[in-house]
Design a protein around this ligand. Structure first.
Ligand code: SAH
Length: 446
């Protein structure tokens, strides 16, 4: 019997099994990699065959991704990149042109495999065994994924290897209906510049059997992994991460370098998924802020302080506010790591915090705001209109809520007194229909 859970009793039988299993693992591992490459090759061949086929107008072009229909994540998967950008430009203009000039979208040179955060849900499927992948759109059905056009390729390989390790370590996947089983999700984060890799194993209960062996096997396969964290999520919820964490290897976080600054990133902190485009986005945002070195700046919805710390060198001081406790802790550490002394970070709801600033009649010159998809709140924007900073730089990942909020801030809803000077779309999410925009608002007198 090859039960890894009993390996600690060190009987020879088990040790042999372990060794055999290890060999199997490596073999599976190699097979996996071969499959991974074959898949890519097959897909490319399909395309080549299609391109060379004189009859191609009569046959359907093969998709760049074999699971795109089921997954639904890449609405633009089979559009040439130029066409994707053109569509996003049109969409941004349609929603935002009425507020101000929309500049040409900033696209990517190499738009594949840009996601530095990869999430896979684990499941057991009849006939297939342990699979990992994504939830089919608007469902809890798991679509197995071996490689993805968007995701970091190393991260995808790590996830495939964890599938194999789970099999050989006899780790059961979590069953959402019954609540039994252990392995629920795996999250991999790759530092774009540093190459540091964090693996988060999301488990239904805190004990990972043969933890040490599991860690050493995984790190042997991928020496690039710098930290492994267990996250316990025992709730019947669609949230991926639970509250409890246990670091089982390394420091429990990774670092990455963005815009020349080093950032510590914890498992639960938000960090932009496309590092290349984030630099372009922040560059534009800081340019829009037109800082002279004296201003008091607010970075609202600041995450781990990336915008605040990028802008700090050009401002008098920067105040960051963020709801997520871990992210605020990271932001404070990041100021220290980069020896930046003119920033302060607060854990609070951004709307409430802005109201408090307004009530205290604080003087604020520039506000960066980068809310989640559902946009900002009236509480936030009313306080903003009372604080009345010279410039507001609104970064948005949802043009619909951006349009709603711009309506409010530009006075269509009576109170607003801002003018939109310029909007720049940035393609943070190639192959999908998501559009990020950065928008400069200037106050236009009381
Ligand atoms: N500016 C950061 C983070 C942007 S994502 C960056 O570029 O990396 C949006 C952030 O808003 C997330 O970190 C999220 O935790 C935070 N957030 C969500 N709701 C909030 C609220 N009500 N108040 C403050 N922060 C909030």
């Amino acid at each position: 019997m090859t039960d890894y859970k009993n390996y600690s009793n060190k009987d020879n039988n088990n040790r042999d099994n372990h060794r055999n299993n290890q060999k199997d693992n490596h073999r599976n591992q190699k097979d996996n990699h071969r499959d991974h490459k074959d898949n890519h090759r097959d897909q490319k061949d399909n395309h080549r065959n299609y391109k060379d086929n004189p009859n191609k107008n009569n046959i359907k072009k093969p998709s760049l991704c074999e699971v795109s229909k089921k997954c639904g994540g890449c609405q633009y998967i089979d559009l040439p990149y130029k066409e994707q950008l053109a569509r996003k430009q049109r969409q941004a203009e349609k929603l935002l042109k009425k507020f101000g000039r929309v500049k040409p979208i900033i696209g990517m040179e190499n738009p594949s495999h840009y996601r530095n955060k990869v999430h896979a849900v684990f499941d057991f499927q009849r006939g297939k065994g342990i699979v990992s992948g994504i939830y089919k759109e608007r469902s809890h059905i798991v679509v197995p994924v071996n490689n993805c056009m968007l995701e970091d390729e190393k991260a995808d390989q790590i996830i495939l290897s964890i599938r194999e390790l789970a099999k050989s370590f006899k780790i059961k996947t979590y069953n959402e209906d019954t609540g039994y089983g252990l392995l629920r999700h795996v999250l991999v984060r790759v530092g774009h510049t540093t190459g540091q890799i964090m693996v988060v194993l999301v488990l239904g209960s805190p004990i990972l059997p043969s933890k040490k062996n599991f860690v050493s096997e995984l790190c042997k396969l991928y020496p690039e992994i710098t930290t492994i964290v267990i996250n316990v999520n025992n709730k019947r919820t669609s949230m991926v991460l639970g509250d409890k964490e246990q670091v089982i290897y390394g420091k429990g976080y990774i670092e990455d370098v963005l815009c020349g600054r080093t950032f510590k990133i914890s498992p639960k902190s938000f960090y932009q998924v496309n590092a290349v485009q984030t630099e372009a986005l922040y560059h534009k945002a800081v340019e829009y802020a037109q800082l002279s070195g004296k201003e008091t700046v607010v970075d609202a919805y600041c995450g781990i302080g990336t915008i605040a710390l990028t802008a700090a060198g050009q401002a008098g001081k920067v105040i960051g506010v963020e709801l997520n406790r871990d992210a605020v802790r990271d932001a404070v550490a990041n100021a220290r790591i980069n020896q930046i002394q003119n920033t302060d970070f607060y854990q609070n709801d951004a709307g409430r915090f802005m109201r408090q600033l307004a009530e205290a009649e604080e003087k604020v010159d520039v506000v960066f705001m980068d809310p989640p998809r559902n946009g900002s709140t009236e509480e936030f924007m009313d306080a903003l209109l009372r604080l009345y900073p010279e410039r507001v730089v609104y970064i948005s990942c949802n043009p619909e809520t951006l349009a709603r909020d711009l309506e409010y801030l530009t006075g269509k809803g009576q109170k607003g007194k801002y003018r939109v000077m310029e909007i720049t779309p940035v393609d943070m999410f190639p192959y999908t229909d998501n559009i990020e925009n950065v928008c400069l608002l200037q106050r236009s007198g009381r």
